[in-house]
Design a protein around this ligand. Structure first.
Ligand code: PLP
Length: 389
């Protein structure tokens, strides 16, 4: 029996491996040296790692010397979200972490802060971090405990809604705080510059860009202010992250970072047109479909919607059976679908949940048409009760 054709519309969970990233990673597997070795083999591996550092720095609009490679965005988040910092050689205490209610769990869990030193920043019903609430929270911050740290993502992974990061950073810096920005979903989709965002730290992930899974970076604004290491050992990454670098994954990350900047405008415009057509046709088929965050700035590739009468778990399975890979909010490690904390934070009926379609560079018009044909069937069954939960 031939396998049914599959349509992959879950790029925010992970992007298909970019061919250039694949080729670079495969070639790097044959490099025998350890990047810390001083012999020729070691220096060849080191050159690759440093090339990757430059490529990631260009993507982040940062200085290559300020890029610390990690095993992914989750590790980068756990590295930077800590009460223990150093300002040069002097210790610096961070008293409290303020984290937006819609952050990815990698940040929402609070990293190395004790639970009772983490405060959630609410979002508006439009899915945007509430800047007035941030201002109030920081005005009430107890400076005796240490400086405040704030984490607000560049774009939300479920809704695609772009957050007012620069404005938030202005508030944070007025209160002498540190600003951490999870740029995982924005990289390659929005112009990115650590200075333009006025962030102190950016977090990046290779696999959301078409690079291999299991590589990421913490990008710092400068070199002086750095978190205490999370992974101790041989002192790689200038002591910020010990362990032999994942050379092949970093070679792929490097190629993916470069590809993300090549043809940036044309790619995002094409994806936006596909997404907009998809949404317009969803509305024709099901005028009651609710597209979250439609009225504000959003990533061009993301559509997060709810269909009255269709629970997100039911919808996800129904689409999967139709050959469409999409997601009910964020991908959970357990594979189970939980209530969307993003919809809850927006004050939406989280029990109904939402379905996320996320497109990318190789998504075709045919993919969108296959999705829409499936959508029509799923939405139709919902009306006669078959797919309704
Ligand atoms: N932050 C956001 C916004 C994400 O979407 C993800 C991935 O789902 C992560 C962080 C975690 O990234 P990684 O898989 O590299 O640990």
């Amino acid at each position: 029996m031939s396998r049914p054709e599959r349509t992959y519309l879950d790029w925010n969970a992970t992007a298909p491996l970019n061919p250039a990233a694949r080729a670079a990673a495969v070639a790097a597997f044959d490099l025998v040296g350890n990047p810390s070795s001083v012999h020729g083999e070691g220096r060849a591996a080191r050159a690759l790692v440093e090339g990757a550092r430059r490529a990631v720095a260009v993507l982040a609009g940062a200085d290559a010397a300020h890029v610390v490679f990690t095993s992914g965005a989750t590790e980068a988040a756990n590295l930077v979200l800590t009460p223990v910092f150093r300002m040069g050689k002097a210790p610096l205490a961070i008293g409290r972490l303020y984290v937006s209610a819609i952050e990815h769990p990698a940040l929402r869990e609070g990293g190395r802060f004790p639970r009772d030193a983490v405060t959630e920043i609410p979002v508006t019903p439009a899915g945007v971090v509430d800047l007035a609430a941030l201002e109030r929270l920081l005005a009430a911050h107890d400076a005796a405990t240490g400086l405040p740290m704030v984490a607000v993502m560049l774009a939300n992974n479920e809704t695609g809604i772009v957050q007012p990061v620069r404005e938030a950073a202005g508030i944070v810096h007025r209160h002498r705080g540190l600003m951490v920005v999870d740029a995982v979903q924005g990289a390659g989709r929005l112009p990115l510059s650590i200075a333009a965002l006025d962030a102190d730290f950016l977090i990046l992930s290779s696999h959301k860009l078409g690079g291999p899974k299991g590589a990421g970076a913490l990008v710092a604004r400068g070199e002086v202010l750095m978190p205490a290491p999370l992974v101790h050992g041989g002192g790689q990454e200038k002591g910020h992250r010990s362990g032999t670098e994942n050379v092949a994954a970093l070679a792929g990350f490097s190629a993916a970072a470069q590809a993300a900047l090549d043809g940036f405008d044309a790619r995002n415009a094409r994806v936006a047109a596909l997404r907009d057509r998809l949404e317009a046709q969803m509305r024709e088929v099901a005028p009651d479909v609710i597209v979250h965050g439609r009225d504000g700035p959003r990533l061009a590739n993301t559509s997060f919607f709810s269909l009255p009468g269709l629970k997100s778990e039911t919808g996800q399975i129904a689409f999967d059976l139709e050959g469409i890979a999409l997601s009910a909010g964020s991908a959970c490690s357990s594979g189970k679908v939980g209530a969307s904390h993003v919809l809850t934070a927006m004050g939406f009926d989280a029990a109904l949940g939402g379905l996320r379609v996320s497109l990318g560079e190789t998504t075709s018009e045919e993919d969108v048409q296959r999705f829409l044909a499936a959508f029509e069937r799923v939405a139709g069954r919902r009306r006669i009760g078959e797919a309704a939960a």
